[in-house]
Design a protein around this ligand. Structure first.
Ligand code: GDP
Ligand code: ZN
Length: 356
């Protein structure tokens, strides 16, 4: 039997794919002896996972070369329990021509530089990976309709900072309301803010900020995220259509996370659109990761007692003491305020958890 004969692997991979469950399944073929002559996959090519649909991955190979092309692949059997998501760098083998009807196999993924997870709620410790290797997060919020809520934005910021991802903020629909009061909440943060109005979208400015980055777009429905994505990536529908053509099913942009290339005069970047992801669970967040985003405060906090929460009632907190002694500038105080608000987002979550 040739190692290319992977029909059993393919059968396994054709089962309905659900990113949220990696349970073990009774396998009727489990006792069948398997060939030992598996190659080490030294010939694997590395590509960018553009999207996933029912266990089939669209993978871009030879990126930025004249040979660039997308292929369809399935997970090799040994990766059955490894989540592979949009933005992953996948190692693929087999027929990588991308010709119609061909299917290749993902045999591994390259170590991720970042990882965004979501959970059904904050107490859910089950890992549900949704985006890999993003280095920026563009939070989309509307000035009105729906009304902006700073606490929701805080949750996105916490998720981004925890993952080591740089957050950006765009306020849409500024034709409907003045966002300045809302934006005052974020004064103490290193947060680049864009504003966008009907017929006046800052496509060039945002486009320039995307160059050379992988930026995950997040926002609640109705805020104008799709409008923005379509303005930045006019071919968005075509690109997401690739997976659809392969499966022959009418799945639309609203239900799956996809990578879209944004090309502008200053270069290209990747937009990762996450439809249907309303929020990220904070069940796994490490407060230290949030503090680390506030470099100068993190230095002061080195003097804090072990396990210090840095919140208002924290005993002997070096940050609070520095503030009380007047050692923080006005900006420093505003930043401490922001830091505490983000840490509070995390602390609230811990309190809400049942059984704690
Ligand atoms: P999504 O759910 O976040 O993808 O939101 P959509 O892009 O579908 O937009 C929701 C609605 O808001 C649509 O009717 C858009 O036309 C409208 N919209 C988007 N951006 C703006 C804006 O800047 N100003 C106004 N007034 N409406 C907008
Ligand atoms: Zn402290």
């Amino acid at each position: 039997m040739s190692w290319l004969d992977d029909s059993d692997d393919l059968d396994d991979d054709f089962e309905a794919y659900d990113e949220s469950s990696f349970r073990t399944r009774p396998n009727p073929k489990a006792n069948r002896p398997r060939t030992k002559r598996r190659p080490a996959h030294e010939d694997a090519q590395i590509g960018r996972v553009l999207g996933v649909d029912r266990g089939r991955y669209s993978v871009l190979l030879d990126e930025d070369t004249p040979d660039e092309h997308a292929i369809t692949a399935v997970r090799a059997r040994e990766l059955r329990r490894t989540p592979i998501v949009t933005g992953d760098r996948a190692r693929v083998v087999g027929d990588t021509t991308g010709d119609e009807g061909t299917l290749s196999r993902i045999v591994g993924i390259v170590e991720r530089t970042s990882l965004l997870r979501r959970s059904a709620d904050d107490t859910d410790q089950v890992e549900r990976v949704i985006v890999a290797n993003a280095d920026q997060m563009l939070v989309v919020v509307a000035a009105a309709d729906p009304e902006p809520r700073a606490r929701l934005v805080d949750r996105y910021l916490v998720a981004a900072l925890d993952a080591g991802i740089r957050p950006l903020l765009v306020v849409t629909k500024t034709d409907l309301a003045d966002p300045s009061e809302f934006l005052a909440h974020f004064d103490g943060l290193d947060l680049r803010v864009f504003t966008s109005a009907q017929e006046e979208m800052p496509v060039d400015e945002i486009g320039a900020a995307l160059v050379g980055h992988s930026t995950v777009f997040v926002g609640h429905s109705g805020v104008g995220k799709s409008t923005l994505v379509n303005a930045l990536v006019p071919s968005a529908l075509r690109a997401t259509g690739h997976v659809n053509q392969v499966t022959g099913r009418g799945r639309h942009t609203s239900s799956s996370t996809v990578s879209l290339r944004c090309e502008g005069p200053e270069g290209a970047g990747w937009v990762i659109d996450t439809p249907g992801v309303r929020s990220f669970g904070l069940g796994h967040v490490q407060p230290d990761n949030i503090l680390a985003a506030f470099t100068e405060l993190a230095e002061i906090a080195e003097e804090c007692p072990r396990g210090c929460t840095h919140l208002h009632d924290a005993p002997d907190c070096a940050l609070i003491e520095a503030a009380e002694r007047g050692e923080l500038s006005e900006t420093g105080l505003a930043r401490l305020d922001s830091l505490q608000r983000l840490l509070q987002t995390f602390a609230d979550k811990a309190e809400q958890s049942p059984g704690r």
